[in-house]
Design a protein around this ligand. Sequence first.
Ligand code: CA
Length: 171
Amino acid sequence: MLKQERAFTLVELITVIAIIVILLGFLVGASSSARKRARVNQAKAEIAALETALNAYRADAGAFPVDSAGGSVNTDVVRQLSGIDLSGAKLNGLSNDWNGPYMEFDKNRLDASSGEFLDPWKNPYRVRGIGDDAGTTEANLHNKYTFDIWSYGPDGINQDGADTSDDIPNF
Ligand SMILES: [Ca+2]
C-alpha cells in the first residue's frame, strides 16, 4: 500500500504562523520592558552621581554651585562640576578652592544648545536649589539643604517628581 504524503492544511499553517507571531510579540515586549528598566536604573545612578559630585564640590568650595543668571540650574551644575563650558574651554571664575572635575560629562549627553545634562530619554534632568533663578526657597524644596534632582522618566512629562510611578526623583 502506498504511503500517503500528508501536507499541511491551510488551517494548520495559519495556526503555526499565529503562534510564531504571538511568541515574537512576547519577545519584543520583554526586551522593551528590559530596556525601560535599564534606563530607569541609569537615571537613578546618574542622579546619585550628581549628588555625590555636588557634595564633593561643597566639601572643597564650602558651598554648592551657585545659579548664574540666564542658564538653568542644570547647566550651572554641569559647568561647575566639570569645570568646562560647552565649547570645552576651561570655565572662568572658578574659586581657588575648586579641585575638580567632580564629574565629567559625555558631550553627547548634554543638550547641544543649553548644555543641560540629559536623562536617558533625552530630557534635561531637573535640578532645583536654594537661590536659583526660579526663586526656590527652603519651603518649596524637598531636600532642604541640598538639591532636588529628578528625571521626567519614561513618559517624558514632568510630574514634578511627585508621581514616582514615572518621574525619578531624589526625594
Ligand atoms: Ca514623568
